[in-house]
Design a protein around this ligand. Structure first.
Ligand code: CP
Ligand code: NVA
Length: 309
């Protein structure tokens, strides 16, 4: 595996390895601090980011390297240089590239032309680093993953897609409750069903059906970065019945935790009572982004630090 563009780039064993290494980095944050000595990792972000950018930059530093973070206005990409030429050139300088952008095809094109690992830091379709931190968090709480269940409630997003793929590989059951028009991409659904390691995948429009027996209840924003802002009112109207409330949490399995990738909008996809309440693990989940970033960089870079000419 050269790149991590979506969760199904991983095998189930790869994913377990990453979760195990992330647990290790959680306990030993400065382990492997020589791994990237003298090396750089380029972070190219065309959308805002708090967690992904700062955890990725910090992960590079903790592994001994130097992160270089740039936006579109700082690269000649913004003036029309092709993705392929950019990827070709950057591969001569940086040892990995972490990209947050819109269209998944942009990241795929970059990865095809790059001779160094490319990591998807969120696209419109996928958010693999987030899903790994989500599973790490659930595993910390539940002790194991196979046979556990996640309920995702709200609008299907990049986060939902990566979570569905991660659940499939981990043998987790996942129930996704969305209103009509906000369901997951059927191609992701098909992939999750094909790769399922035994967990169930339920798509429903009933949030109460989805949370039945769930170990974790998960939601994401109703309007993602890149969604047209003029859709906001229609989304609020369609999604208000899908708000995660204390009542919905009470209908989940005993001891169910609440998860959210953040940033959150209290009073929209989740009530303040739930996200700031005792079942919430959102800040642990956010903290877990850092050891996950370390584990992913280590796995992709330890294999080949020679770069390529
Ligand atoms: N969850 C997440 O990716 O957050 P950021 O947009 O702040 O990176
Ligand atoms: N679905 C959200 C996730 C943010 C981390 C978005 O793409 O904006």
């Amino acid at each position: 595996m050269k790149d991590l563009l979506r969760i199904v780039d991983l095998t189930p064993d790869d994913m377990t390895h990453l979760l195990d290494r992330a647990d290790h980095f959680q306990r030993h944050p400065l382990d492997s601090r020589e791994l990237l000595a003298g090396r750089t990792v380029l972070l190219y972000f065309t959308k805002p980011s708090t967690r992904t950018r700062i955890s990725s930059e910090t992960a590079v530093v903790r592994l001994g390297g130097t992160p270089l973070t740039v936006g579109p206005a700082e690269l000649q990409l913004g003036r029309g240089e092709t993705i392929a030429d950019t990827a070709h050139v950057v591969s001569s300088y940086a040892d990995a590239v972490v990209i947050r952008t819109f269209d998944d095809e942009e990241v795929r094109s970059f990865a095809r032309a790059a001779r160094v690992p490319v990591i998807n830091a969120l696209t419109d379709g996928h958010h693999p680093l987030q899903a790994l931190a989500d599973l790490m968090t659930l595993r910390e709480v539940a002790g194991d993953l196979p046979g556990r269940k996640i309920a995702y409630i709200g609008a299907a997003t990049n986060v939902t897609h990566s979570l569905m793929e991660a659940a499939a590989l981990a043998g987790l059951s996942i129930a996704v409750a969305t209103p009509a028009g906000y369901a997951p991409d059927p191609a992701v659904e098909a992939m999750a069903r094909k790769l399922s390691a035994g967990g169930e995948l339920l798509l429903t429009d009933d949030p109460y059906e989805a949370v039945e027996g769930a170990d974790a209840v998960y939601t994401d924003v109703w309007l993602s970065m890149g969604d047209p802002p003029e859709e906001k009112a229609a989304r609020v109207a369609a999604l208000t019945p899908y708000q995660v409330t204390a009542g919905l949490m009470a209908a989940a399995g005993p001891g169910a935790i609440f998860l959210h990738c953040l940033p959150a909008h209290r009073g929209e996809e989740v009530t303040a009572e739930v996200i700031d309440g005792p079942s919430s693990r959102v800040f642990r989940q956010a903290a877990n982004r850092l050891p996950i970033a370390q584990a992913v960089l280590e796995a992709l870079l330890a294999r080949d630090l020679a770069g390529a000419l």
